[in-house]
Design a protein around this ligand. Sequence first.
Ligand code: MG
Ligand code: MG
Length: 257
Amino acid sequence: MIHYKTSEEVLKIKESADILGRAHGEIAKHVKEGVKTSFLDKIAEEFIRDHGAVPSFKGYNGFPSSLCISVNEVVVHGFPSDYELKDGDIISVDCGVFHQGFHSDSAYTYPIGEVAPSVLALLKATRDSLYLGIEQAKSGNRIGDIGHAIQKFVEAKGYTVVRELVGHGLGRKLHEAPEVPNYGKKGSGPLLKQGMVIAIEPMINLGSRNIVQERDGWTIRTADRKPSAHYEHTVAIFEDRTEVLTTHKFIEEIVKF
Ligand code: MG
Ligand code: MG
C-alpha cells in the first residue's frame, strides 16, 4: 500500500532531509585517503544526534551503524570498519535520518585521489542517471519511466543495472511501497501522484550486473569484483512539480569531479 503524504508531512521529510544534507557535508570533509570508514560513521552519528535526530539505519533490522559504507566492488550495505581509504578507491556513503517521525535517505559515491578514468566515468554516469530518473519522477508518469530512463542511459555506455536492489517509497518507515527499480519499461508500474515520496537510487556496475551477499548477511558486492557506483535522492511528487528533498550540495562544494 502506498502512503500518500500531506504537504505538512512532506515539509517534515524536508526538515529531516535538510539535516541529512548537512550530515553528508560534514562527512565529505573527512572522506580522504588514510581515513578509517568507522570514523566517517562516528562523524555522521554525532552530527545527526546533535541536531535532535536519529540515524535511520542504526538498528534497522539489526544493522550496526549509522552509515552504509560500500567501497569499490561493494554495491551497498557495507559496514563501516577499520579499513583505511586509499588512493584509487571509490566509496559509497549512504545515510538516512529520522526526524519528527519521518525518514529521509540519500547516498553519494566519492572517488579517493586518483581513480582510474574508467571508474570515474562510471561514477559520473551513475550520478547523471540519478538525475535522468528524477526528471521522469513526475505526476502522471509511472514508476517504470524512472527505471527505463536510468537503464537506457547507463546500458548505452556499457554498464549494467543491479536488479535485486531497488529504490523505494519512504516516510514514517524507511522502506515503503512502491519499489522503484532502476530498470523497466516505459509506462509500466504504479502511477506517480501527488503525495508520493520516493528514494531513487541507481546501483550501477562496471562489469556484470550479478551480485553476491557476503556471509555477514548485509554486504552486497559484485560477483566479478568489479566496481559499482550508487547515488540516491529522496524526492516528493506534487501535482505540478517534483521536489528533490535531499541535497548533495554540501558534498559537491568540497568534492569536485
Ligand atoms: Mg534507499
Ligand atoms: Mg540510502
